[in-house]
Design a protein around this ligand. Structure first.
Ligand SMILES: [Zn+2]
Length: 438
């Protein structure tokens, strides 16, 4: 393939992505989502629930209509194919940059533009991000915009969605350009042991993204405001005090400008600790539901889940970089035909990134399981701290809008980064039966 064909492919992907987005019919999903919503129940319904946890869980799940369940299953399992598609398109975009010589041409352009090697790497990184972003745009529009609207999850018009995408691209390009300048410095100085130093640097970048960035980057997409005085604010701060979480403020943010999903989190470090919940949770939930969900989020904080996740990612990065270092050497003879001089040459980034993407894709079940175990722990913490098993169960029933209610064990192991709604409701009902015996 010729270098010029890359321009044709980039132009075609940009036109296809924008064309799909601007011509998509985005109103249809909202009505069908509302028709599939689960009807609320009253205290009498809860009082009449069976004491047996399995039977009580079945009573909760019986409120999902067959249409709602079919819709939820189709949405969630469609996501499996989307993950596979995204993996293949990502590899394809890297392969295209290598096979056409575009990657080597981008490196040459950067070398002509400046003599400083870190700046060359950063300039290459900007071109790399822009090119791969454009190639992946059509699938992004189809998967994250059209599909989300079709299922009534998304609330944004295409121009607004696109603006968020571009802001996200700019932020990640800045972070990636700096990280790659450091990584390629290590690659050139320590061509044999770079994967050890690279892991150290990668952990620092991850720590920044996990602990520092929420306070600075999230406000680029949503407005965060203190939750006004009221029962919800009081209950959340009381839960935080009771469980030793040093949060002085409860923030709420306008997630409804992007999505109908319900969510919340506790973020921050050293005095920036903040409890944050989105307006969908606030507007669609009763106080017991809010308490059940927020106690789960506080559980992540109390159980130090972010620090544990960071340590797990450090091991994943070390293994991943070791694999990339080994596989790059094994592919060295091919690398010459792609115009890559050696491992310290930024033109080899598509190869390095492709090998790392492959490693992470194979590891998906392990990564999901690590997260799912933490989520299970936070569920157990949450029902203990909130004493609201029915509120928590009700909130989990709402999540069936976007999470398959009752998958098989293999499916849950492979694809679920949270326990299934059925398991989470069962956790709550088991707690209720043991803690509030009649
Ligand atoms: Zn969680």
């Amino acid at each position: 393939m010729k270098k010029k064909s890359v321009w044709a492919i980039l132009a075609a992907c940009l036109a296809l992505g924008l064309g799909l987005g601007f011509t998509a019919k985005v109103r249809a999903g909202a009505a069908s989502r509302e028709a599939a919503m689960i009807r609320p129940v009253d205290d009498a319904w809860r009082a009449a629930l069976p004491r047996d946890p399995e039977q009580a869980t079945a009573a909760y799940l019986a409120r999902i209509s067959p249409e709602a369940r079919g819709r939820s299953d189709a949405y969630f399992t469609g996501g499996y194919w989307l993950q596979l598609g995204s993996f293949l398109v990502t590899l394809g975009s890297f392969g295209l940059l290598l096979a056409t010589g575009a990657s080597a041409a981008m490196r040459e352009f950067a070398e002509r533009a400046t003599r400083r090697r870190p700046l060359q790497t950063m300039l290459y990184a900007v071109l790399f991000m822009a090119a791969t972003w454009v190639i992946q745009l059509p699938l992004g529009v189809a998967g994250d915009f059209i599909r989300e609207h079709r299922y009534g999850m998304a609330t944004q018009s295409f121009p607004h969605w696109m603006k968020d995408q571009v802001v996200g691209l700019l932020v990640s390009t800045v972070i990636l350009a700096l990280a790659l300048a450091a990584l390629y410095g290590a690659l050139r100085r320590f061509p044999r042991t770079w994967w050890i130093w690279g892991t150290g640097g990668g952990v620092l970048v991850l720590a920044f993204v996990m602990f520092i960035a929420p306070a600075f980057i999230d406000p680029l997409f949503n407005a965060y405001k203190p939750l006004p005085e009221g029962p919800a604010r009081q209950a959340i701060l009381s839960l935080a005090r009771a469980n030793g979480v040093p949060a002085k403020d409860v923030l709420w943010f306008d997630a409804s400008r992007q999505t109908n999903r319900v969510s919340a989190n506790v973020s921050g470090i050293l005095g920036t600790t903040a409890v944050r919940l989105n307006d969908n949770l606030l507007n669609r939930s009763t106080l017991p539901e809010i308490k059940g969900v927020m106690a789960h989020e506080l559980g992540h904080y109390v159980l130090n889940h972010l620090y544990k996740a960071l340590m797990f990612f450090a091991l994943v990065l070390l293994a991943g970089f070791a694999f990339v270092a080994w596989a790059f050497e094994a592919l060295r003879s091919r690398a010459g035909s792609w115009g890559i001089r050696d491992i310290g040459d930024p033109a080899g980034l598509p190869l390095l990134a492709g090998l790392f993407t492959l490693f992470m894709f194979v590891l998906t079940p392990a990564l999901n399981t690590d997260t799912r175990v933490q989520e299970t722990e936070a569920d157990l913490f949450g029902v203990n701290a909130s004493l609201e098993p029915d509120g928590f169960a009700e909130a989990q029933l709402k999540l069936v809008e976007y999470r398959k209610a009752d998958p098989g064990p293999v499916e849950e192991f492979l694809f679920f980064d949270h326990p299934s709604p059925r398991k989470r409701i069962l956790t709550a009902m088991r707690y209720k039966a043991e803690h509030f015996p009649r």
